[in-house]
Design a protein around this ligand. Sequence first.
Ligand SMILES: Cc1cc2nc3c(=O)[nH]c(=O)nc-3n(C[C@H](O)[C@H](O)[C@H](O)COP(=O)(O)OP(=O)(O)OC[C@H]3O[C@@H](n4cnc5c(N)ncnc54)[C@H](O)[C@@H]3O)c2cc1C
Length: 539
Amino acid sequence: MQMEELSTDILVIGSGLAGLLSALEAERAGLRVLLVGKFAIGMGTNTSLANGAFTAASSGFSKENHLRATLESGRGLNQVKLVKALIEKGPDAIKKLRDYGVPVLDKGTGYIVDRPKGSSQLPGVLLIKPLVERLKNSSIRLLPGLVIFDLVVEGGEVQGALGFLNDGKPCLIQSRAVILSTGGAGSIYRRNDNQRSILGDGYTLALRAGLPLLDLEFVQFYPFVLGEPRLSSFLLYPPYPREVRLLDEKGEDLLERFNIGRDLNQAVIMQRDRFSIALYQASQNGDVFFDLTQVPREKWEHYPLNFLKKSKFPFRERAFLVSPAVHFFMGGVEIDENGRTSLPGLFAAGEVVWGIHGANRLGGNALTECAVFGLIGGQSASEYVRQKEQEQGPSNLFSEDFIKKWDRKVRAYIRKRRGTFDPPRDLLKGLKDLAWRYASPVREEESLKEGLDRLASIEKGIEEVYPATLKDLFKKRDLENVALLLKAILKGSLLRTESRGSFFRKDFQDLDDANWLKNTCYRLEKGELQITHRPLKDF
Ligand SMILES: Cc1cc2nc3c(=O)[nH]c(=O)nc-3n(C[C@H](O)[C@H](O)[C@H](O)COP(=O)(O)OP(=O)(O)OC[C@H]3O[C@@H](n4cnc5c(N)ncnc54)[C@H](O)[C@@H]3O)c2cc1C
């Protein structure tokens, strides 16, 4: 199939909150902007699932309080410079969202997306809608249904990206700057509350482009995700009514046992790490139930219970299974306060980025991060492009030789090979099961090693998948990405012999500042994953 060639000033990969704001900001600078995502713009994003809580200085919450709470949650691993930018610029970013028509309310301890009375629509959808409307009325070119496979790096700088449209057409994009806003990787685990397509593509794009990733072993779990076998595992959205009970199989009250206090809403914001680990351990010995049967009828008319009420499942009549599940990735790509990565021309924003949250993210800081660094990424990328224009004039189109080179790469992706062939779906399921079993909220040496052995045998199966159809081509890429990330998480977890924030080793249960106030640095060198540790840069 003929390769499509496109040219732009700024390419934004991903249409969640970070990508949408980056694109709008870059357009304001008068540049040509192309925004791509795996699906329709704004769809299939974790942003669309979000509960709409932004933590930022507000009427009853000072910048000092925000700084303190963020650093306490991060247990010593936050990049303080990035945290300070988040805190300083948070309130202005919220104002910008309002200017774009997003209904954000000051709720004293931060902000929340407002919803019409009685509406059971998810706040994330209400957050995205006005931004997408704005995009449609802008000069930004939208290209939905494009999956980026590679960043184009030439002469030590990013010059664009290569992807495949969902009809199979390869697409080579020339761009002076690229903003990576591909979100996290929650769906590499069997139990997660993310969108199914959030498989960490941005991390592997960065690794393959030669960038290091940091602290991938820090994965945040959310305590309450629906665990009923035949229902999808969605997050049970807070705020929780005070009548809610958390019970084990014998009906014993788990909140008493965990000693976490009776305020579930505070606990899921401030102690998500401890709470998830305790719940995971309890669920290893038997089922854990969430009981809403004592909640008065009138409370079911309001969000979030009215959202549950829409389901056929009898949430009001009986207790139901819950489990912790993967929610957020703290690790990722390194940026400076201007959203720049160490690769010239590449910027990053949103969950794909590492550094702000340290070892455990404070609830509500992810959306604030997307807003603040989405705007910063758009501004910095625009300045970079303007400067390049001054130095080098308008960009030249890719040369014929260059296009031939990438055409060969495309052919290599779709070349048929002989080999035995396990269905990619089974292999992906195998990887997700492996992640949940061996890179779970509670890790230890023996099982991490066993996980790595099992992964090696799945990797052999992946090598033998040949993309006979276009679907297989996408699936093979997913398999390679997930296997690479899982290997990183398992190996990185094996090396970190302590417990910190969301990272818990059963065989090393204490926080060890003397030896582990360090960041884990993952690189791909000649196709092999290399892991080193480096002292904190910020202190
Ligand atoms: C259920 C749930 C509730 C949450 N609630 C809150 C909350 O209330 N407050 C809070 O602070 N945080 C919350 N979070 C976390 C927060 O929503 C996310 O961290 C944030 O929305 C991520 O935004 P993003 O723009 O970085 O990425 P996303 O919104 O995940 O978007 C990623 C985009 O990248 C695209 N993409 C990925 N790979 C490729 C590729 N190879 N090629 C092309 N496009 C690609 C995707 O298609 C998508 O468009 C919640 C998370 C979940 C799952």
